[in-house]
Design a protein around this ligand. Structure first.
Ligand code: GLV
Length: 327
């Protein structure tokens, strides 16, 4: 009698042709529609699974781990993994993986697009035009802030932060960054970025880009006190995780003229959006699409598939997935 194939749960519809590679090794149970799961539904989906391929929507914590006695590997399709309780997974001997590198340049491109849309009021002016407000060309319509010659602050100088810094030198921006640890001098030279303390970054930045991982330490790091240290003419762009910014404090700063504008791709309660942000005209809102080019999203799924196959002990890298997350 042949051994039954390991069971793998794929939590969302991804790219069928890429996911099909899992079928060479596993019995695959895939969601056919985009689904929002309760914690109990995730526990139930994992209860018979040997492996899982999940997105940032699916939270896997101690409760799900306890309900999944056979689970050996979880492949996250994304670089951020705050949806996974890594200590709980690791204590149960479950390998977790993510998808770094393949999304770096696409995400940095998008960070720049969001920065430009925010500073130059692109979506706000388009809305205004479509609403029929444009009666006559005027010298003072929708005046924004320059990127060239300005100071860009980058909070979080990992791969994506460095990609943004490289783009900024094409715009003749001065780049300051703050990071848990200072980068080697050679990387600072190559990215033309200078280290700054957190408060100095806030005070100097004409545009501040958030690219740091979400954790207990970074929760609401951009709250009322930090926002008050920024220039009232500054723009803030968040392509990291919503919980890094205190959205009520941000809305109050934007409404009170204490910050010029914000570009947000991520939200604390996404897909729900804080209604105070929705009421403001000086905010650009996008639905968490920074890594969303077709080629990159396919590459992310493909890398997650490689990770899952290897983590479950199959394929050319059996036992050594390319991107294990260290506890
Ligand atoms: C997207 O937000 C990711 O972490 O990949």
């Amino acid at each position: 009698m042949t051994e039954p194939r390991p069971r793998v749960w794929v939590s969302q519809p991804l790219f069928d042709d890429v996911i099909a590679r899992l079928e060479e090794y596993f019995q695959v149970v895939s969601a056919s529609d985009v689904a929002e799961y309760t914690p109990e539904q995730i526990s139930s989906a994992l209860s018979e699974a040997d492996g899982a391929l999940v997105t940032l929507n699916e939270r896997i914590g101690a409760e799900q781990v306890a309900a999944a006695p056979k689970l050996r590997a979880v492949a996250n399709v994304g670089v951020g993994y705050n949806n996974l309780d890594i200590p709980a997974l690791s204590a149960a001997g479950i390998t977790a993986t993510n998808t770094p590198d393949v999304l770096t340049e696409t995400t940095a491109d998008f960070g720049f697009a969001l920065l430009m849309a925010t500073a130059r009021r692109i979506t706000e002016s388009e809305r205004w035009l479509r609403e029929g407000h444009w009666r006559q060309w005027s010298f003072q319509t929708m005046l924004g802030a320059d990127l060239h010659g300005s100071t860009l602050g980058i909070l979080g100088m990992g791969r994506v932060g460095q990609g943004i810094a490289r783009r900024a030198s094409g715009f003749d921006m001065k780049v300051l960054y703050h990071n848990r640890s200072r980068l080697p001098e050679a990387t600072e030279r190559e990215t033309r970025a200078s280290y700054a303390e957190f408060d100095e970054l806030l005070a100097q930045a004409d545009h501040l880009m958030l690219v740091l991982p979400y954790s207990k330490q970074s929760h609401h790091i951009l709250g009322a006190a930090a926002l008050a240290k920024m220039k009232p003419t500054a723009t803030l762009v968040n392509i990291a995780r919503g919980g890094i910014v205190d959205e009520d404090a941000l809305a109050a700063a934007l409404a009170g003229g204490r910050l010029a504008a914000a570009g947000l791709d991520v939200f604390e309660g996404e897909p729900a959006i804080n209604p105070r942000l929705l009421d403001l005209r000086n905010v650009v809102l996008t639905p968490h699409i920074a890594s969303g080019s077709l080629a990159t999203r396919r590459a992310m799924v493909s890398l997650a598939v490689d990770n899952l196959i290897a983590a479950l002990g199959y394929g050319p890298s059996a036992g050594s997935p390319p991107n294990p997350i260290r506890a």
